[in-house]
Design a protein around this ligand. Structure first.
Ligand SMILES: Cc1cc2nc3c(=O)[nH]c(=O)nc-3n(C[C@H](O)[C@H](O)[C@H](O)COP(=O)(O)O)c2cc1C
Length: 325
C-alpha cells in the first residue's frame, strides 16, 4: 500500500503536493477543490506588508481626517485585512489540510504585530515572501541579507506557529543564507519564488513583461539547490517551487531532498485535476520502484547520496561541453 504522507514545517501532509500562494488560493471554494484533489496543504494568496501598514495608518487617521477616511475605506474594501483573516478562518473550517498564510514583506517594522492576528485566525504556518531588488550601488549585499534576518527574527518573536521563508536564488552564498535563516527561526524555506521579469517589445518600443506562468524547464535552478541544500542545511525543511508541472518533476524534487513541492502555473494551465494526475504518476513510479513511502526515497539523489556530488555544483558549460556541436 503506497503511503504519500509526509511532514513539512512540523505539519503532517497527506501528500507532498502543496498549492503555492497565488490567486487560486484566494477562495475557500477553490481551496476545498484542491484538498479534494489530494493536495497536502495550501498557501493562501499573499497579503502585502504595504496593505497592513496602510490599514494600520487608517486607524490613526480615522478621527483626524474624516474625508480621507472615506477614501481609504473605499480602497480597503477590496483589500481588507479582515477579509484575509476571514479567509483563513473559513478555509480552516472547510478543509482538514494545513492552511499556510503568506505575507509579502520587505521591512522589519511595526506591521509585524499583525502576524499575531494571522496566528489567532488559525493559520497553521506563515510563509514570508521576502524580496528586495537591490540596485543601489552603495548598499552592500551583507546589509541586504541582514534585512531578511531581522524581519524573520522579529516575526519569530511575535508568533509561535512555524515560519517558512520564500526566497529567490540570487544570493552570493545560498547555503550560508539558508543556514542563517534556519538559525534565526525559519523551519522551512521555499526554493524558489518566481518574479516578474521585464522584456522589451521592439515593435511598440516599450518595456513589457515576460511570461507570467512558468514552463517545465524552469525547474532547474530549484532542482540544483534542493539537491545541495537538503544536504548542507539538513535541518531545514525545503519546499521546492517553480517549474513543477508533472509527476516526474515531483519525483525529481523529492529525490533531490524536498520535503514538499509547491505548484502554481500548472494549475492555472490545466486546472486542479492536475493534482490527481501528478499524484497518480508519483504512485505508479513508487510502485514500479518498490517504494512504499515518501521517506523511502526522499534525498536519495541529493548532494551526499550521489557518487560525484560536485555535479550539482557544475556551472561552466564550456568546461564540460567543449565538444558540443
Ligand atoms: C498569477 C500568479 C500569482 C501569484 N501570486 C503570488 C503571491 O501572492 N504570493 C507569492 O508568494 N507568490 C505568488 N506567485 C508565485 C507562485 O506562488 C510560485 O512561487 C511561482 O509561480 C512559481 O511556481 P510555478 O512554476 O509552479 O508557477 C504567483 C504566481 C502567479 C503565476
Amino acid at each position: 500500500m503506497i503511503n504519500l504522507s509526509t511532514n513539512y514545517l512540523g505539519l503532517p501532509l497527506v501528500s507532498p503536493l502543496i498549492v503555492s500562494s497565488c490567486g487560486l488560493t484566494a477562495s475557500v471554494d477553490k481551496i476545498s477543490r484542491f484538498a479534494d484533489s489530494g493536495a497536502g496543504a495550501v498557501v493562501l494568496k499573499s497579503l502585502f506588508e504595504e496593505q497592513i501598514r496602510f490599514e494600520a495608518g487608517m486607524q490613526i487617521q480615522r478621527s483626524d481626517y474624516p474625508e480621507a477616511h472615506d477614501y481609504i475605506s473605499q480602497y480597503v474594501k477590496s483589500n481588507s485585512l479582515e477579509e484575509y483573516l476571514r479567509l483563513i478562518e473559513s478555509a480552516k473550517k472547510a478543509v482538514k489540510i494545513p492552511v499556510i498564510a503568506s505575507i509579502n514583506c520587505i521591512s522589519a517594522s511595526e506591521w509585524i504585530l499583525f502576524a499575531k492576528n494571522i496566528e489567532a485566525a488559525g493559520a497553521d504556518a506563515i510563509e514570508l515572501n521576502v524580496y528586495f531588488l537591490a540596485s543601489q550601488k552603495d548598499v552592500s549585499g551583507e546589509k541586504i541579507e541582514k534585512l531578511y534576518y531581522e524581519l524573520l527574527q522579529k516575526i519569530r518573536e511575535v508568533v509561535t506557529i512555524p515560519l517558512a521563508v520564500k526566497i529567490g536564488y540570487q544570493f552570493t552564498n545560498l547555503a550560508a543564507t539558508v543556514n542563517n535563516l534556519y538559525t534565526r527561526g525559519a523551519k522551512g524555506v521555499v526554493l524558489f519564488n518566481r518574479f516578474y521579469e521585464p522584456d522589451l517589445d521592439i515593435e511598440a518600443m516599450k518595456l513589457t513583461h515576460s511570461d507570467v506562468l512558468s514552463s517545465p524547464a524552469d525547474i532547474r535552478q530549484s532542482l540544483r539547490w534542493v539537491g545541495i541544500l537538503s544536504d548542507k542545511v539538513e535541518s531545514i525543511d525545503i519546499a521546492a517551487s517553480t517549474g513543477i508541472h508533472d509527476g516526474k518533476a515531483v519525483i525529481k524534487q523529492i529525490l533531490a531532498g524536498a520535503k514538499a513541492v509547491q505548484v502554481c502555473s500548472v494549475l492555472y494551465k490545466k486546472g486542479e485535476t492536475q493534482i490527481k494526475v501528478m499524484l497518480d504518476d508519483l504512485k505508479s513510479w513508487m510502485t514500479r520502484k518498490k517504494y512504499n513511502s515518501i521517506a523511502d526515497f526522499r534525498g536519495k539523489l541529493n548532494y551526499s547520496h550521489i557518487a560525484d556530488p560536485a555535479m550539482y555544483e557544475r556551472s561552466q558549460f564550456m568546461k564540460y561541453f567543449s565538444d558540443f556541436q
